[in-house]
Design a protein around this ligand. Sequence first.
Ligand SMILES: Cc1ncc(COP(=O)(O)O)c(C=O)c1O
Ligand SMILES: [Zn+2]
Length: 426
Amino acid sequence: MEYSCQTYELKCNECGRHFGNRPLSGCPECLAPLEIHYDLEAIRREGRFTRQTIAAGPHDIWRYAALLPIPEGFEPDLPVGFTPLVRAKQLGRRIGATNLYIKNDSVCFPTLSFKDRVVSVALANARKFGFTTVGCSSTGNLANSVAAQAARLGLQATILVPADLEPAKILNTLIYGARLIRIDGNYDHVNRLCTLIADEYSYGFVNVNLRPYYAEGSKTQGYEIAEQLGWRLPDNVVCPMAGGSLIRKLKKAFAELVELGLVEAKPVKFFGAQAMGCSPIARSVREGSDDIIPQRPNTIARSLAIGNPADGPAASRMIQASGGWAEDVSDIELVAGIQELAETEGIFTETAGGVTTAVAARLYQQGRIGRDQTTVVCITGNGLKTTDAIADRYVLNRAVRPRLADFADYLAELDGALEPALVAAD
Ligand SMILES: Cc1ncc(COP(=O)(O)O)c(C=O)c1O
Ligand SMILES: [Zn+2]
């Protein structure tokens, strides 16, 4: 269950030991998380990652394959990623921002969240390592993506989730034929159990024993942001945090682009967004420490409900070192954030995106983000999966008879005034 590769391998950030390529997430010596280390010098020398090679690639994450841990011989055929980066003028007007962008992963292919990026890279490795069953512990979106992509690759999927997950996220997993096991506990219980199962049953769990490979997939969101800004880095990024992996990998992506000369170096501030009912990383940033005090999650933002985040300490350190900040918002504020993004930009995001939008608004209000700075807000999941969060905000109107006069009466009822043109036409 290992393979060798010239350009990347597992490395411990603490002790610097290398471990080749195998399903392993922590250093056996010092227990620190392992990361993928690339021979950037060779990649630069051989001109394998340049603006030209990227432009010649497909319109999906595979255009960045030279800086992803993709085993030789793997032929990607799913057009994952390359989601829109849209200028958010209307939202900007509301929150006092003139140079605001939304990175819209709510329409990521194939399962409508940024998790499609990480899963495609993890499963490429799962196949290479010879796993026939893959899976994950999940707060919802990861479950959907593992189930869908495993189906396509002909792998069995065994997926564990907290029992109280949103019904849409459960159905969006079952539909692909995955074995879904609801666990009576929160995400942190589920994740601990998965660590034991992965060893005992030889399963390839994307965010457990395949985690270093999985996490690299998030970098593609950072590459896309820089490329879509015309090979420039933004001044600020606002990003939701659960395990704390995505925000760290955005930073890594920008650093690699600078190191390989694709963008000019500049300081980028990273801002993390969490829900008040589960904000261990935001709290750590606010206290200026890198200690993470585990929490018992209590929020409707279930996709962000990780009380003991694996990458929490590193994410907290990185945010502080960048000069950024982290905030948390209440469930009421996050619902308002979902509505505000939909009403201003026509983007329907899930609870995590409501958190991110509400936190971004607050950061402008606090003056932590300057009005004219180039700022990217990462919207990572789709609102169709968490409709229960907003259902009680809307009342269905009484059914109106299919006649113009009834329509006119109804409008009058709504507006408190008659519509003369409509009345005359009847
Ligand atoms: C929609 C959404 N956004 C953001 C995140 C946070 O990602 P990370 O665990 O990399 O911090 C998740 C994690 O599940 C998610 O589902
Ligand atoms: Zn080590």
